[in-house]
Design a protein around this ligand. Structure first.
Ligand code: COA
Ligand code: AMP
Length: 635
C-alpha cells in the first residue's frame, strides 16, 4: 500500500527533475529555468539554472498581488519589552522596501554582502528581506557570539555595510551590542564602509562619525526600492556555522532552490497553509530562524511570529502557551531544550490549563536528539503530534521528518521518522564505504545531488566544501552524524562523528574552544568535551594540563580560561566548567581518549581501552571530574 509520502519520496529520488520542476511552479519566476537540475559541473550541482526571480517578491509582494495585503505577515511578540507589534503584508513590504532604499543609498548593490548582527526585533527580518529585495547577500551573526567571532565572519564575508542595534535583552539583562560591534570592526582586517544602527530605547549606542548611520533617521529619508531580479543560482545569504576549527564555515544558500524547497516544506512537512499562523521559537541568527521565522512562512503566505523572549522567565513557563493561544498558532517549532526548561519549571503542566490551545495542531522539535521523556511529556500535556525532525545548517530544511502534510506515520521514540522527499539517505560503513544492513550503525550520508535549498558550496571556498562534505564518501554528502535505519525505514540519529556538540540546540565546536584554552599562558595541553546536561542536552567541559613549574592557584586559572571562552566565542558557548589534570589519557599513538572520558563524566558504562598508554590516568580523570560535579557514580 502506498501513500502520498511514499509516492513523493520515490518520484523525488527516481525523477528529481520531474518532481522539483513541478514543485517549482508554485514560485513566482521572472523567467522560467532552462534546466531544473544542472549537473554539468559535478560535484557542484545547481538547481533551476537560467531561472530568474526575486526572493523578497516571493515572500511579500506576491501575496499582496494575491489579495493578502491586509493579513498579518509578522507578529513581533516581546515579553522582555512588554510589547507587541503586528505588520500586515502591506506594512512589512513597505518597511522592507524603505530599508532596501537605505541600503541602496549607501551603495549596496546586487552581490554585495551585508552583515546583520541584531537581537530578535522585527528590524532583523526587515534587514534580511531588504537585502533579498536588492539582490544583496546577507550574513546574519547570532547576537550571543563575541566580538572575535563577529570579526572572523566580517573578514570572510567582507560586507560593504553592517546592520546592528544598540542592544539585545536577555530576560532582564540589557546586552549592549554596539561595543561588541565596534570591537569586532577594530579586530577585523576588513573594514565595512558603513554601519546602520537601530537605536532601542533601553540603550543608546554611541555613533562613530562618518561611519555610523542611525536606522530611524535614514529610513525617514529613504526612497522605497523595487525588487531586483537575480539568477536562481545567485547567493541569497551566507550563514556561518561551526566547523572543526576556529574558522567557521560559510554555508551559502541560493535564491531559486531555496524558495522552491522552503515553500513546499510548509505544507508537505508542517502541514500549514496560507493564512495559518506559524511560530518558530528560535533566533534569526540560526538556520531555523532563517528558514522558518523569515523565509518559509512568508513564502507560504502564513503569519510568522518573531518572539523576543525565553521559554521560561519571561515571565514564566506559561509564555509559550500564552503566545500560542493569543495569536492562534497552528504549528510551533523549537528545540527540545526549550521544552526541558518548561518541564523543569512546571512539571505537571499546570500553566497549560490557563490557555485555550484549540488552534494548535502540531509541535515540531529539532536541533538535538529528542529524548523520550521530553517527547512523552509534550505529547501527553499538549495532546498534539510531537514531531522530531533532523536537519543541519547546511541542509536548510529537514533531512528526515514525519511529513504531516503528506502522510502521518506512527511515531517511534528516538527517531525523526523517514527521509523527507529529495533526500536519498544511506548508512555507510566508514571503512568500506559500503551500505550497512538495517539496524547497524554507520555514517549517515546523502547520495548526490542534494535537493534544492541545500548548500551548493561554502562561501568562496569550493575546496573546503569538497574536503568537508564530499571527499570521504565519493558521490555522497557526509552529514557527520552517525546513526542507523531500521527494518521499517525509520532513521535514528545517534551522535556526531566530529567535534561538534549541541548546547541548548546551539551548534558549537569543541575544537574552537580548545584553540582558545591553548592560548592561556599556563596551559600546556587541553581537551574540551561535551558532557550530558539535563537542561541543555550537552555542555562543554575543559581539561587542562598545565605547564611544568606553574604554581598558581588552579581555580584562578580555571576562572581565566572560562572568561577567555566567553570573551572570544561568546556566552552562548555556556563554557562554565573546567578542571586541571596531570595528564590526558591517550592511545599509544597519542590520540586523546575522548569517548572514554565522556563516558566516565556521564556515568555510563565504559571499558578500559586496549590501546591506552597508561591505564592509571583514568582514575585521576574520574577524581578530577568529581570535583566539578560529574562522574558521580562509577558503574
Ligand atoms: N545575545 C546575547 N547573549 C545571548 C544571546 C543573544 N542573542 N542568546 C543567548 N545569550 C547568552 C545568555 O544570556 C546566556 O548568558 P549567561 O551565561 O550570562 O547566562 C548564554 O548566552 C547562554 O544562553 P542560552 O543557551 O540561551 O541559555 P540560557 O540558560 O539563557 O537558557 C534555554 C536556556 C533552554 C531556556 C534557552 O537556551 C532556550 O530557550 N533555548 C531554545 C532553543 C533555541 O532557541 N534553539 C535554537 C535552535 S532551534
Ligand atoms: P545545526 O547546524 O545547528 O542545525 O546542527 C545540526 C546538528 O544538530 C546535526 O548534525 C545533528 O547532530 C544535530 N541535530 C539536529 N536535529 C537533530 C535531531 N532531530 N535529532 C538528533 N540530532 C539532531
Amino acid at each position: 500500500m502506498t501513500n502520498p509520502y511514499d509516492e513523493a519520496y520515490k518520484r523525488s529520488i527516481e525523477d528529481p527533475e520531474g518532481f522539483w520542476g513541478e514543485v517549482a511552479r508554485d514560485i513566482h519566476w521572472e523567467k522560467t529555468w532552462d534546466k531544473v537540475l544542472d549537473d554539468s559541473n559535478k560535484p557542484f550541482y545547481r538547481w533551476f539554472t537560467g531561472g530568474r526571480l526575486n526572493t523578497c517578491y516571493n515572500a511579500l509582494d506576491v501575496h499582496i498581488a494575491d489579495g493578502r495585503g491586509e493579513q498579518p505577515a509578522l507578529i513581533y511578540d516581546s515579553p522582555v519589552t512588554d510589547s507587541l507589534k503586528i505588520y500586515t503584508y502591506n506594512e512589512l513590504r513597505d518597511e522592507v522596501a524603505r530599508f532596501a532604499g537605505v541600503l541602496k543609498a549607501q551603495g549596496v548593490e546586487k552581490g554585495d554582502r551585508v552583515v546583520i548582527y541584531m537581537p530578535m526585533i522585527p528590524e532583523a527580518a526587515i534587514a534580511m528581506l531588504a537585502c533579498a529585495r536588492i539582490g544583496a547577500v546577507h550574513s546574519v551573526v547570532f547576537g550571543g557570539f563575541a566580538a572575535n567571532e563577529l570579526a572572523t565572519r566580517i573578514d570572510d564575508a567582507k560586507p560593504k555595510v553592517i546592520v546592528s542595534a544598540s542592544c539585545g535583552i536577555e530576560v532582564k539583562k540589557v546586552i549592549a551590542y554596539k561595543p561588541l560591534l565596534d570591537g569586532a570592526i577594530d579586530a577585523a582586517s576588513f573594514k565595512p564602509e558603513k554601519c546602520i544602527i537601530y537605536q532601542r530605547p533601553m540603550e543608546k549606542a554611541s555613533m562613530v562619525e562618518g561611519r555610523d548611520i542611525d536606522w530611524q533617521e535614514a529610513v525617514s529619508r529613504a526612497q522605497p526600492a523595487d525588487c531586483v531580479t537575480v539568477e536562481a543560482t545567485d547567493p541569497l545569504y551566507i550563514l556561518y556555522t561551526s566547523g572543526t576549527t576556529g574558522q567557521p564555515k560559510g554555508v551559502v544558500r541560493d535564491n531559486g532552490g531555496h524558495a522552491v524547497a522552503l515553500k513546499w516544506t510548509m505544507k508537505a512537512i508542517y502541514n500549514v497553509d496560507a493564512g495559518d499562523v506559524y511560530w518558530a521559537a528560535s533566533d534569526v541568527g540560526w538556520v531555523v530562524g532563517h528558514s522558518y521565522i523569515v523565509y518559509g512562512p512568508l513564502f507560504k503566505g502564513c503569519t510568522t511570529i518573531l518572539f523576543e523572549g525565553k521559554p521560561v522567565g519571561t515571565p514564566d513557563a506559561g509564555v509559550f502557551w500564552r503566545v500560542i493561544s493569543q495569536h492562534k498558532v497552528k504549528c510551533l517549532f523549537t528545540a527540545p531544550t526549550a521544552f526541558r526548561a518548561i518541564k523543569r519549571e512546571d512539571p505537571a503542566g499546570e500553566l497549560i490549563k490557563n490557555y485555550d490551545l484549540s488552534d494548535f495542531k502540531a509541535l515540531f522539535l529539532a536541533g538535538e536528539r529528542l529524548d523520550p521523556d521530553t517527547l512523552n511529556w509534550a505529547r501527553d500535556k499538549l495532546g498534539v503530534p510531537v514531531i522530531d525532525h533532523w536537519w543541519q545548517t547546511e541542509t536548510g530544511w529537514a533531512i528526515c521528518a514525519n511529513c504531516l502534510g503528506l502522510h502521518q506515520f506512527p511515531i517511534k521514540e528516538g527517531s525523526p521518522t523517514k527521509p523527507a522527499p529529495g533526500w536519498n539517505l544511506k548508512v555507510l560503513d566508514p571503512e568500506t564505504k559500503e551500505p550497512v544492513p538495517p539496524g547497524e550503525i554507520g555514517a549517515l550520508v546523502v547520495k548526490l545531488p542534494l535537493p534544492p535549498g541545500a548548500l551548493p558550496t561554502l562561501w568562496q571556498n569550493d575546496e573546503r566544501f569538497i574536503e568537508s562534505y564530499l571527499a570521504e564518501f565519493p558521490g555522497y554528502y557526509k552529514t557527520a552524524d552517525a546513526g542507523f535505519i531500521d527494518e521499517d525505514g525509520y532513521v535514528y540519529v545517534m551522535t556526531r562523528t566530529d567535534d561538534i556538540i549541541n548546547v541548548a540546540g546551539h551548534r558549537l565546536s569543541t575544537g574552537a574552544m580548545e584553540e582558545v584554552l591553548a592560548d592561556h599562558p599556563d596551559v600546556a595541553e587541553c581537551a574540551v568535551l561535551g558532557v550530558d546536561d539535563e537542561l541543555k542536552g550537552q555542555v562543554p567541559v575543559g581539561f587542562l594540563v598545565l605547564n611544568a613549574g606553574v604554581t598558581r592557584d588552579h581555580d584562578e586559572i580555571i576562572k581565566e580560561v572560562i572568561l577567555m571562552v566567553r570573551e572570544r566565542i561568546g556566552p552562548v558557548a555556556s563554557f562554565k566548567k573546567a578542571t586541571v589534570v596531570k595528564r590526558l589519557p591517550k592511545t599509544r599513538s597519542g590520540k586523546i581518549l575522548r569517548g572514554t572520558i565522556q563516558k566516565i563524566a556521564d556515568n555510563k558504562e565504559w571499558k578500559m581501552p586496549a590501546t591506552i598508554d597508561d591505564p592509571s590516568i583514568l582514575g585521576e580523570i574520574e577524581e578530577a571530574l568529581k570535583t566539578i560535579g560529574l562522574a558521580k557514580s562509577r558503574k
